[in-house]
Ligand binder design. Structure first.
Ligand SMILES: [Zn+2]
Length: 113
């Protein structure tokens, strides 16, 4: 058997894998459950060029589906990078939920506690 410094080569059990995923989940502090969309819009100033085709934008919005359907929330340009990181964390969260579900299902079927 080959040992490398500090790391055990032992294969992680389903419960160990699950607990590692749950610990990772807790690290996703900036998560945003939704996707980013860019929109162009017109304003309320009657003589603004936006009413003749030169619309304002692109502006960034988080599109998220809630109980009342989809909702889009404006994100300031200065926060765009954080919003992108948050959306990536949201994707990771959903992947973790699927992985933990699969692990818990296998534990339910195979190993009564
Ligand atoms: Zn305008």
């Amino acid at each position: 058997m080959l040992y490398t410094s500090g790391m055990s080569k032992k294969k992680a059990s389903p419960t160990e894998k699950r607990d590692a995923l749950l610990a990772e989940m807790a690290s996703l502090r900036g998560l945003l459950n939704g996707s980013l969309v860019q929109r162009y819009s017109t304003c309320s100033r009657k003589n603004c060029a936006c009413h003749t085709g030169k619309r304002h934008g692109p502006r960034l919005y988080l599109a998220a589906t809630g109980e009342g359907g989809q909702r889009q929330t404006y994100i300031p340009a200065a926060s765009a990078a954080r919003a992108e990181a948050g959306v990536a964390q949201g994707r990771r969260l959903r992947a973790i939920v699927r992985e933990v579900t699969a692990l818990n299902l296998s534990l339910l079927r195979e190993a009564p506690e």
